[in-house]
Design a binder for this molecule. Structure first.
Ligand SMILES: *Cc1c(COP(=O)(O)O)cnc(C)c1O
Length: 389
């Protein structure tokens, strides 16, 4: 006879290991000053790098488009949900990022699943960095490709594999690693991919809007073009302050995805008004050089001050600045103490990050002031003095 599911037991085990997850509730706009669980806090954990999530122009764009075109899209893109506003957004994104074509997806998670599952099958070898985002890993599993994971940002093994493996090969990597903040060496990966006739895809969820000329992302930061990075995924829910994602590639690959990508085909299109807000957001992103310069200043300030406190930081120069803790319970306790003192900084634990590398993932936003950063530093200093950090 089948056995009953042990939900209670598995949840109790999570709790015992300090890995139990629960949600805090946001009651205000997503901004650096926000209300969480009824309490005013200064937040250091959103991915709203340019502070666009609550930008008045995006609110206006969204409501105006909703007024004119309604809210629901009514169906999937291939039935009759593909609106002119989706089409416009795709054309604008393709042009800005320097690609032939673009396809928007409902989320970055679905974009990664949809691209990998459409392109790879059991005869493909799919190479991935060990620290890639869960959605790239899940895409690999869904596609049934032979998944080979190389050590984080070390390409020796990858090079060896590429020189002996045959059959179709694809390499997929985070461009900015989401829990670490460091960059993949895209120059190296692109030359390896070319040399070994492999298809390179980058996930630039944390690079678009933030890095590169006018926010063109990590490939642009490395001076690479669409020839060097044939498939690029970016999200609209982070620096763009909206929701959704896009894939940039040749017209041929985009046509292929429209025909084969199941997470694109079998889901309702996002509201056209959201696509219009994202178009508006692209305009703001292009004009945000001042915000990007301010953000870079905050990153330098944070790193310098944290290092002076003796904190163990990651080799990251991006807005993602994890403070290494190690033990999950300790990370949870520090996060709780910070929250009691009005600072929201979520602890990141396994399985999101490898075992025993629990961390406080600080993310900075152009909406923070230098005073905000110094306030965080002062709190951390207090914890160190009390022997808690
Ligand atoms: C956030 C994120 C995603 C998923 O994007 P969503 O739009 O939130 O689904 C994919 N990859 C990376 C690296 C991310 O950080």
């Amino acid at each position: 006879m089948p056995r009953a599911f042990d939900f209670a037991g598995l949840l109790a085990q999570k709790k015992q290991n300090n890995l139990y997850r629960s949600r805090k509730t946001l009651q205000s706009k997503q901004d650096v000053l926000q209300t969480v669980n009824g309490k005013q806090v200064l937040a250091f954990c959103s991915n709203d790098y340019l502070g666009l999530a609550s930008h008045p122009s995006l609110e206006t764009a969204f409501t105006q488009a909703a007024k004119q075109y309604g809210l629901g899209s009514g169906s999937s893109h291939l039935v009759n949900g593909h609106h002119q506003l989706h089409e416009n957004l795709e054309n604008e994104l393709a042009q800005f990022f320097g690609y032939e074509a673009c396809l928007t997806y409902s989320t970055g998670y679905m974009a990664n699943l949809g691209v990998l599952d459409a392109i790879c099958d059991k005869n493909t070898t799919l190479y991935q960095d060990k620290l890639n985002h869960a959605s790239l890993i899940d895409g690999a599993l869904l596609s049934r490709a032979k998944l080979k994971r190389y050590p984080h940002n070390e390409y020796e093994k990858l090079e060896n594999w590429l020189s002996v493996d045959d059959g179709q090969a694809m390499i997929a990597t985070d461009a900015v690693f989401s829990m670490d903040g460091d960059l993949a060496d895209l120059t190296k990966l692109s030359s390896l991919a070319k040399q070994h006739n492999s298809l390179l895809m980058i996930d630039d969820a944390h690079g678009v809007g933030v890095l590169g000329e006018n926010g063109r992302g990590t490939a642009n930061h490395f001076d690479l073009s669409s020839q060097d990075v044939p498939i690029m995924m970016g999200t609209l829910g982070k620096a763009f302050g909206c929701s959704g994602a896009f894939v940039l590639a040749s017209q041929e690959i985009i046509d292929y995805l429209i025909n084969f990508s199941r997470t694109y085909i079998y889901t309702t299109a996002v509201p056209p008004a959201l696509a219009f807000a994202a178009s508006k957001s692209l305009e703001l992103v292009i004009q945000a050089d001042e915000q990007r310069a301010h953000l870079r200043k905050l990153i330098v300030l944070f790193k310098k001050s944290a290092q002076e406190l003796g904190l163990v930081l990651w080799p990251s120069d991006t807005a993602i600045q994890p403070i290494m803790i190690g033990d999950s319970e300790k990370a949870m306790n520090i996060s709780k103490l910070l929250l009691e003192n009005g600072i929201l900084l979520t602890a990141i634990r396994e399985p999101t990050v490898p075992k025993n590398t629990a961390r406080l993932r600080v993310t900075l936003s152009a909406s923070h002031t230098e005073q905000d950063v110094l306030k965080l530093i002062e709190m951390l200093q207090g914890l160190i003095k009390a022997g808690l950090l």
